[in-house]
Structure formats: structure tokens, C-alpha cells
Design a binder for this molecule. Structure first.
Ligand code: ATP
Ligand code: ATP
Ligand code: MG
Ligand code: MG
Lengths: 255, 255
């Protein structure tokens, strides 16, 4: 059964895209088939996978607007070894473009129906917002992976994210649940990180993933080379952390 | 003449809110009168100023929707010594709420008309998006302050920001120009930071501000105490950097 995860947090800059690209590549390294969906008009998951977003024949925007089928949009990201539904700035027009469309929150879910059986995992990178693009991701997903930088603003923002998850679960997607809270850019030497981490564990208990992603400059360098860190610097702390994350996700889903 | 700056970058987590709260407090320290406008439904500039966003009588949302006047919304943020137009999650409803309204991008500009003469500076904190809330901020502003973390995704995102600025300047706000590019979370020891910084200087030349905000944990700790870093730890590197920024902004505006 295909596992579809939305990787989301409306707080900006917490490591959503970095997690999508590197977890996708790490799951491929364990011989799983993976589709990465870029639902952010910034198109950073597309860029970080080595794809030139200005050269796209078709993108997620065309898919959501019903102007292209999934076969026309789907490409292979050579660097990571996974398939990709790429995005570019056109996607910013989807919110207004779909405003009067019926079932507008289900566009992605319906588009994925015909291909999801080809994959073990589908990861969806979300923009830093609780807008229609994120709602589409939450409606298509079974689980939600929430990257959290262990700082005050990122912790505080979880309340509105949880409210949104409850709303989506009680309306369009009853099966939706939290796959895990992922601590990112973790710096064990500083007490703020530890305080926030302790608060996460107190509140979310077992939902907090054991794997912690450390702050590691290789993770910030890899995107400029258009590849996941596993290809850029396989022995780096960043690579090892995302491989460990893939292992934990597999274990937690008894795979 | 009141200087109105939009502090914006659709890339998430680059230090927009941290810059707004701490530049506002630093300008107050130089005896200027400052109004801070929170245009982000996350309400982090409100929280970072020590205001409980759940207890607001009225917020920026009511102002944009025409349901409250600016006097009912404006409050004083004791900790920083500046006035604030606070925000909470209601603001997320403004984009859809204003969809069919005429002059919907000018709502903030018109609301500020009656009070802007009370201030030397108005700073507007933007959400990590190029949506109607950011367009309202860009329409109300004379200048744009762009915080940039010196990393690949943040650098890459500047192209769509520049496109948006050009569009706004050629339509609703002809006077809009870049006040400055602010390098944030700057870590001089790492070569990626230096590479990106050099690219910024090459492209933007004099628009890149001389003041650089270093990575400093005190800046991340201060918000959990509901105050600018100038009140939390006045001798920290973060405080000194934002005071220096206030000085540079004053010099560049011959004040
Ligand atoms: N563990 C890490 N160590 C060091 N740098 C990191 C780490 N994770 C992410 N980064 C860097 O931090 C920045 C923010 O990460 P990223 O862009 O993945 O976050 P995001 O949540 O997707 O942001 P947005 O909200 O804009 O979509 C990027 O420059 C990225 O390269
Ligand atoms: N110079 C700095 N040194 C250390 N930490 C910083 C610095 N500037 C900001 N931070 C921290 O980094 C995180 C991101 O900063 P901030 O929230 O201000 O960015 P933002 O651009 O407003 O994010 P968003 O896109 O979500 O609105 C916060 O936890 C903040 O406390
Ligand atoms: Mg991202
Ligand atoms: Mg912010």
C-alpha cells in the first residue's frame, strides 16, 4: 500500500524542502520507489533535484488546473533516482484559478489516483502557508511529516498547523494522521534547542521521531549542485541523518 | 517625511520578523517614532513584541476588511517602545475575503493615510509568500528591505521577488524602490555564506547594506521572552548588529 506523506509546516525555513529531497533519495537507496511532488511555487524541491524549472514542458500547475495529465508532468530526477512532479512560479496562480471550482481541494488527490500504485512512497513538499496548495497536499496524503526547527516561532506555529490538520481530517480526509515530528537543524550545544525539543516530546510523545537532523553545512551546499546530499557528500552527517530517517520511517510503517 | 518600508522575502525563515521587531526597537533607541505592522497570519511580529495575539480586540484583518478603524487596531508594544498593528490567524482569511473587492491591493495604504504622519518609520512584516497581503505591503511602502540568508534557495528566490517588485512599481506604486538587501544569519566561517554574499554584491552593488546580521542565539531566544533583543540582551552581537542597521538606514536616508 502506497504511503503518501505531506511534508508541511507553515513556518518558513524549517527544512521542508531539504527533508523532501533527501528523504526521497534515502528511500530510493533502500530500493523503494518514490515520487516527489513539488507543491511550492518557489519550485525548490524541483531545483534541489537538479531540474531546471524554467525548462518545464508541463508542471503541477497544469495538473491541478486540468490542462495536462500526470504522464505529461511526471519526469525522472536522475540525481536522486526518484520521479518528480515539478513546480515553478505558475503554481502561485492556482489558488485564485481554482477559487470557484468544485472539489478544488481534491485536485491533487484525484491526479495521483492513476499513478500512486507505481510507488512505495509519495512525498509532497508544501509551501510555507496553510493555503489551498497545502490543503490539496493534506487531502491527498495519509500521513503528515512535520519538520520543526527547535526554536520559539517554529514551536508556536504548531498550534495552527494542528488546527488545520483536525479540520482536514474531519472533513475531506478522515484517514489523515501525524506520521512524525522531525527535529531539524538541531544544535545540541544550545539550550534553546534542548528546551524546545523537550517541549515537543512532552506534547507529542511517541509522534516525535527519534531521528534528529543536525545542522550540517553539506545540506545547504547540495542544492546549489542540484542533487540530494546523498549524491553530493554521502559520508556527511546530513546524509547519515536522512538515511537514518528513512530507516525509522520504514520501521514505523512496518516495512 | 515618513519612511514606510516593507520587509519582505517569500523565502521562508530568512529573518523577516526578527528584522522587523529588532530594527523597530533600534530605531526607537535613536529617538525615532515607529509603527510596526504585522501582515503575517502567523502573528510572529505581534508575539515577538510581547503581545498575546489571542487577546486582541481588533487586528489588521479587521482593518483590511473595513470592519475597524486604525485607532481601534493600533496598540503600544511596551517592550520595544513602538506602536503596533497586530495580527493573528484571522488574517489568513483576507486573501479570499477581498477577492472581489475593488482596490483590494490598496487597503493597507489607505488605512495608513490617517496615521503615517505620527511616525518617522513604518515597518511592515510580510508573510513568506507573494500573495495579496505582501502586495498590500508593497503598495503601501516607499521602500523594500529584503532580508536574505546567504544560502542557495534564498538567493534563487530573489528573481521572483524582483519580478513582483517591478510589477507593483509599474502599476499601483510607481515610487517603490529597494531600500536595501540585508544579509542575515551570517556565518563568516563558512564558504557558502561568502560565495552567496559575493554574488549578492556583484548583482545588487550599493543596494547591499554594509551592516551584516550575524547568527546569534540571543536573537532566537528573545521572542520567547516577548521582547526585542535590545531589551533581552543589550550587549549581544545581535543587539549591536540591529543598532548598526538602524544607523545605516538613518544615514542612507540622510536623517
Ligand atoms: N539540517 C540543516 N543543516 C543546515 N542547513 C540546512 C538544514 N536543513 C535545511 N538547511 C538550509 O536551511 C535553509 C532552509 O531550508 P529549506 O529551504 O529546506 O526549508 P523550507 O521549510 O523548505 O523553507 P520554505 O518555508 O521557504 O519552503 C536552506 O537554505 C537549506 O539549505
Ligand atoms: N541572526 C539570527 N541569528 C540566530 N537566529 C536567528 C537570526 N535571525 C532569525 N533567527 C531565528 O531564525 C528563525 C527564523 O527567523 P524569522 O522567523 O525571523 O524569519 P522569517 O523570515 O520571519 O520567517 P517566516 O518566513 O516564517 O516569516 C527564528 O527562529 C528566529 O528566531
Ligand atoms: Mg521549501
Ligand atoms: Mg516572519
Amino acid at each position: 500500500m502506497t504511503k503518501i506523506f505531506a511534508v508541511t509546516n507553515q513556518k518558513g525555513g524549517v527544512g521542508k524542502t531539504t527533508t523532501c529531497v533527501n528523504l526521497a533519495a534515502s528511500l530510493v537507496a533502500t530500493k523503494r520507489k518514490v515520487l516527489l511532488v513539488d507543491m511550492d511555487p518557489q519550485g525548490h524541491a524541483t531545483l534541489g533535484s537538479g531540474i531546471d524549472k524554467k525548462q518545464l514542458q508541463a508542471s503541477v500547475y497544469d495538473l491541478l488546473m486540468g490542462e495536462a495529465g500526470i504522464e505529461a508532468v511526471r519526469i525522472t530526477a536522475e540525481a536522486g533516482g526518484y520521479d518528480l512532479l515539478p513546480a515553478n512560479v505558475d503554481l502561485a496562480g492556482a489558488e485564485v484559478g481554482l477559487i470557484n471550482e468544485p472539489r478544488r481541494e481534491r485536485r491533487l488527490a484525484e491526479a495521483l489516483e492513476s499513478v500512486k500504485k507505481d510507488y512505495d512512497f509519495v512525498l509532497i513538499d508544501c509551501p510555507p502557508s496553510l493555503n489551498l496548495l497545502t490543503i490539496n497536499a493534506l487531502t491527498a496524503a495519509r500521513g503528515v511529516l512535520v519538520p520543526v526547527q527547535c526554536e520559539y516561532y517554529a514551536l508556536e506555529g504548531l498550534t495552527s498547523l494542528l488546527d488545520t490538520l483536525k479540520r482536514v481530517a474531519s472533513s475531506v480526509n478522515p484517514g489523515l494522521e501525524i506520521t512524525g515530528i522531525l527535529r531539524t537543524m538541531y544544535d545540541p550545544r544550545n539550550s534553546l534547542t534542548q528546551d524546545v525539543s523537550n517541549q515537543l516530546i512532552q506534547y507529542f510523545e511517541r509522534q516525535v521521531l527519534g531521528t534528529v537532523i543536525p545542522r550540517n553545512i553539506r545540506l545547504a551546499e547540495a542544492p546549489s549542485h542540484g542533487m540530494p546530499v546523498l549524491s553530493y557528500d554521502p559520508k556527511s552527517k546530513g546524509s547519515l541523518a536522512y538515511l537514518a530517517l528513512a530507516g525509522e520511517i520504514l520501521r514505523r510503517n512496518s516495512l
